[in-house]
Design a protein around this ligand. Structure first.
Ligand code: HEC
Length: 194
């Protein structure tokens, strides 16, 4: 019997023919099916392994190291700004005007024109989520609060513009424009009265 000839004992022909090609309706070879079954079983074991074991632990480790590193960098950078310099720049009308311009371009969309807040916090009330000292405000602008939707502006705008922004925001402080409800605490650490 030549290769390709039907074996009359078990070869049953399907009833279709495409371009002259006809097929037998035979089962798949057992060895081939086993590679499929074994790959499937291996896949399940591998999936359970990666979900429950060291792989995940190493991701947690990575994230916690990353958070530590970010905290460290913020602490180092915050040390390098000088509170007196920030207080001085807030007295400089040219810096305030420059800061106002940067604010209208980059911040108005979330904090609105008068700083009264919408998506972003109200910058005109006495209550601050991340602190109201010059260094704290500088730090919030520089590093942002990415998980709360406040972008990280330091690398985008550069330190000069961040300082000018601080100067402008210092003029908004305590202007109490009605807008977004107060969030955070005031200078004495008290939350807004309900
Ligand atoms: C995409 C929206 C968005 C933009 C744009 C944005 N902010 Fe914010 N901002 C936020 C949000 C949201 C918060 C509140 C973060 C929180 O809840 O911790 C915030 C908080 C702040 C705070 C802290 C307020 C507090 O109570 O401590 C300051 C300061 C601030 N933004 C300044 C700026 C400046 C300056 C710019 C422009 C360079 C800017 N923001 C642009 C969304 C934005």
């Amino acid at each position: 019997m030549a290769v390709g000839d039907a074996n009359p004992i078990y070869d049953v022909e399907t009833d279709h023919e495409y371009d002259g090609i006809r097929e037998f309706d035979n089962p798949l070879p057992a060895w081939w099916l086993w590679t499929f079954v074994l790959a499937f079983i291996f896949g399940i074991i591998y999936w359970i392994g990666t979900q429950s074991m060291s792989y995940q632990r190493s991701e947690e480790q990575y994230l916690s190291h990353k958070a530590e590193m970010a905290e460290y960098q913020q602490a180092m950078a915050a040390k390098s700004v000088n509170e007196e310099e920030l207080v001085a720049i807030a007295q400089d009308p040219a810096a305030v005007a420059a800061g106002r311009e940067v604010f209208m371009t980059n911040c108005k969309s979330c904090h609105l024109e008068h700083g009264e807040g919408q998506i972003g916090a109200n910058l005109t009330d006495a209550y601050w989520i991340h602190g109201s000292s010059p260094k704290e405000i500088w730090s919030t602008i520089t590093f942002g609060v990415p998980e709360k939707g406040m972008p990280t502006w330091g690398p985008v705008l550069g330190d000069k513009k961040v300082r000018e922004l601080y100067a402008f925001i210092a003029t908004l402080k305590d202007t109490n424009v009605p807008g977004k409800e107060p969030q955070g605490v005031d200078a004495s650490g008290a939350p807004p009265a309900q």
